[in-house]
Design a protein around this ligand. Structure first.
Ligand code: FAD
Length: 470
């Protein structure tokens, strides 16, 4: 039954990267699209995630550069931070991008509804509670892209004062003198790095044996060394159990085997959980699993025909660019273009702490654990001209190749990097891994000199058995 609702080719619920990518790409293919957003366009990424976090990390980087200017013969007084100005710049970048997204959606003729979307039977989505009023929409296809919210942990109620998540931290001014970051994943390490650079004494408390899961151990070692140089205390293998507010200021965090830590602020950074509250009415075949994720197949299709889900609300890597590619995949499926699914094992990961980390594919440890015989080469930034020029010689590029039948380095299955601007250098490593390229194929390509990317070329060349500078 098709109700008397406004009809679209695709109705998208949620205006974050997953949802807006579906809308923009679908509209570019000529589809008539409705996009429903209950908050701000751009979702977590633009408003409370990637963009504000990286903007603050850039502020930290500027602070470091000014503080270290004497090395280049530039005299300055010791830098200080105006947190009001810091927040104003961050917000200006966020608003420029959110505004630009609104303009782009309008230009592509995507109809944007301000309100809360709820999917019921027969592809009908009710919009309510926002500036667009109460309306019903029908979509030939419906895409659930409702994203995620920060996870919390028992014993640490978020009050915005003593205990915060990323949502609150990104707007905090000034930053505290001391902080405990609970969780040494990508976001936890980015926050630890940013706060330490801007003057906070940071302790990272991680329950697992290592920080930055998925990273090669050699890469993590370099991050830890750099963190330790900047007085960031990283404690691994310690679970937090609770905290006790102190009389005057701050709180005492309990962790490990009866240990305690007095800090002004606790930053809970233990991942995110899918957001599906109120999104589904009864009467659809969409399934939410026991962890709260919407269940989908390899093409993001739910069991309800014509209903898809993308982004953080499904159990795939919680990254903005994964939302983008899933949105593109869904549109291609709607158009009957038989897309291939995303290869989630080989997606690009970038972590913007100092030093930056970037990788795609297997680490040496995960390859070895999988029983793959590997050939590995690792090159340090210390020997790279550009790294010395910019004054950032601590870093490494590590290539993991599958050994071929003759025992030589064959297909590149992992590229792991740490050091200056590696988030901008991963591209060719990502391509090599996903193209299934061999060491011999990639080694013949030229790297411009002097660039940081020469390290990637050197590392691949070394795996052919003959290196240049390495
Ligand atoms: P979201 O961005 O969460 O968007 C979902 C949207 O749906 C929200 O706007 C929400 O208001 C809306 N919504 C929910 N329910 C409804 C409803 N019923 N009706 C209408 N609207 C609804 N990723 C990276 O790739 N790189 C990074 O550097 C990076 N840094 C990050 C840093 C931080 C601090 C955080 C928190 C995240 C970071 N991420 C990063 C992750 C990235 O932000 C998310 O993976 C991405 O935003 C997920 O996109 P999404 O569209 O699935 O969900």
């Amino acid at each position: 039954m098709v109700p008397t609702a406004e009809t679209f080719d695709v109705v998208v619920i949620g205006g974050g990267p997953g949802g807006y990518a579906t809308a923009l790409y679908g509209a570019a293919a000529g589809l008539k699209i409705a996009l429903i957003e209950k908050g701000k366009l751009g979702g977590t990424c633009l408003n409370l995630g990637c963009i504000p976090a990286k903007e603050l990390l850039e502020t930290a980087s500027v602070f470091r550069a000014v503080a270290g200017a004497a090395e280049f013969g530039i005299s300055t007084s010791a830098p200080t931070v105006d947190f009001g100005a810091v927040q104003a710049r961050k917000q200006q970048v966020v608003e420029q991008l959110v505004g630009g997204l609104g303009t782009l959606l309008k230009r592509r003729k995507v109809t944007v509804y301000d309100g809360f979307g709820t999917l019921g039977p027969d592809h009908v989505v009710k919009v309510s509670g926002g500036a667009s009023g109460d309306v019903e929409l029908f979509g030939d296809a419906v895409v659930v892209a409702t994203g995620s919210v920060p996870r919390t942990i028992p014993g640490f109620d978020v009050d915005g004062r003593l205990v915060v998540t990323s949502d609150e931290l990104l707007s905090l001014q000034p930053l505290p003198a001391t902080a405990a970051v609970i969780g040494g994943g990508a976001i936890g390490c980015e926050f630890a790095s940013m706060m330490a650079d801007l003057g906070t004494k940071v302790t990272v408390l991680e329950a697992l044996p290592k920080i930055l899961p998925g990273c090669d151990d050699d890469i993590t070692k370099i991050v830890r060394r750099q963190f330790s140089k900047r007085d960031i205390d990283v404690r691994t293998g310690v679970a937090v159990t609770g905290h006790e507010p102190r009389k005057k200021k701050g709180t005492t965090v309990r962790f490990g085997e009866g240990e305690t830590l007095d800090v002004d602020l606790v930053v809970v950074s233990v991942g995110r959980r899918p957001f599906t509250e109120g999104v589904l009415d009864a009467g659809t075949a969409v399934v939410i699993d026991e962890r709260g994720f919407v269940e989908v197949d390899h093409l993001c299709r739910t069991p309800e025909p014509g209903v898809y889900a993308v982004g953080d609300v499904i159990a795939t890597p919680a990254l903005a660019h994964i939302g983008f590619i899933e949105g593109i995949t869904v549109v291609k499926d709607i158009l009957g273009e038989s897309p291939v699914g995303v290869d989630y094992a080989n997606v690009p990961w970038c972590i913007y702490c100092f030093p930056e980390v970037a990788f795609a594919g297997m680490s040496e440890q995960s390859a070895t654990a999988a029983g793959i015989e590997v050939k590995v080469s690792a090159h340090r930034y210390m020997g790279n001209g550009r790294a010395l020029i910019i004054g950032e010689p601590d870093g490494m590029v590590k290539i993991i190749a599958r050994a071929d039948a003759a025992g030589n380095a064959g297909q590149i299955i992992g590229v792991h990097m740490v050091g200056p601007w590696v988030t901008e250098q991963l591209g060719q490593g990502y391509l090599a891994v996903n193209w299934g390229a061999t060491v011999d194929e990639v080694a013949q390509f030229i790297q411009p000199h002097p660039t940081l990317s020469e390290l990637f070329g050197e590392s691949v060349l070394a795996l052919t058995g003959r290196s240049l500078h390495g």
